[in-house]
Design a protein around this ligand. Structure first.
Ligand SMILES: CC(C)(COP(=O)(O)OP(=O)(O)OC[C@H]1O[C@@H](n2cnc3c(N)ncnc32)[C@H](O)[C@@H]1OP(=O)(O)O)[C@@H](O)C(=O)NCCC(=O)NCCS
Length: 197
């Protein structure tokens, strides 16, 4: 296995287009205001992401601009999730965040608008990001944090091969209170060995 070089995540980053049918992942575009508006109306998405809590077109544009800045400044890769047959219509977002890349690890977070849920699309998006992170960037470890009640998210992580590592008590501050989170992780070497390992 090639040695990992954290410099591969040195800014500025370029957000690629990743195809993993039935989804495609692409950078945010100015035309994604409808997606941001729908996400802002969902209190759950607003509580776990930086979408504006009160939507205006200006706030939506600022959110999209922030996603571009995150790549330029080296925070990570913020993707829109869309159906591969209709890539211009955003259904959600998935991010690969590289703040801790000097330690060989990165984190992933995702959401879908409510009309896009129930079809397993997040698992396809997570597979695409996992392949990019391990296969293209060579990152040694990926992890994500899920609140214990969030069965859909936990099953998404497990279906891609992530393992439940720990329940972190009081890990995340959401809406002014500390919440437990389950940590799921996958190592590049496990991913390379495949599901049979
Ligand atoms: C988490 C999220 C991205 C998953 O979206 P999705 O791809 O549509 O997921 P699905 O609804 O298809 O569910 C995935 C799996 O969980 C199962 N599931 C969903 N809700 C469930 C429930 N309440 N109880 C048991 N199983 C459930 C589904 O049956 C499916 O199982 P499968 O893998 O055997 O097919 C989406 O629910 C979401 O955006 N939620 C709000 C934001 C969020 O929570 N983000 C994650 C933060 S960690």
């Amino acid at each position: 296995m090639k040695a990992f070089d954290p410099q591969i995540c040195a800014p500025p980053l370029r957000v690629p287009r990743l195809t993993r049918p039935p989804v495609v992942l692409r950078p945010f575009a100015g035309t994604d205001l409808a997606l941001v508006r729908q996400a802002s109306a969902d209190p759950l998405i607003a509580s776990i992401s930086s979408v504006p809590r009160s939507y205006t077109d200006d706030a939506g544009r600022a959110f999209i601009e922030r996603q571009h800045r995150r790549a330029v400044e080296g925070d990570g890769f913020s993707f829109v999730i869309a159906a591969d047959g209709e890539p211009q219509t955003g259904l959600g977002s998935i991010g690969l965040w590289v703040h801790e890349i000097e330690n060989g690890r990165a984190s992933v977070g995702y959401w879908l608008v409510d009309t896009a849920r129930g079809r397993g699309l997040a698992a396809h998006a997570l597979e695409a990001v996992t392949t990019f992170a391990f296969g293209d960037l060579g990152i040694p470890r990926l992890h994500l944090f899920v609140e214990p009640w969030n069965v859909a998210s936990a099953r998404t992580a497990l279906s891609v091969g992530f393992c439940h590592e720990a329940t972190l008590r009081g890990w995340e501050r959401i809406d002014g209170t500390q919440h437990d989170c389950d940590c799921f992780a996958l190592l590049r070497q496990e991913w390379q060995r495949g599901p049979a390992a």
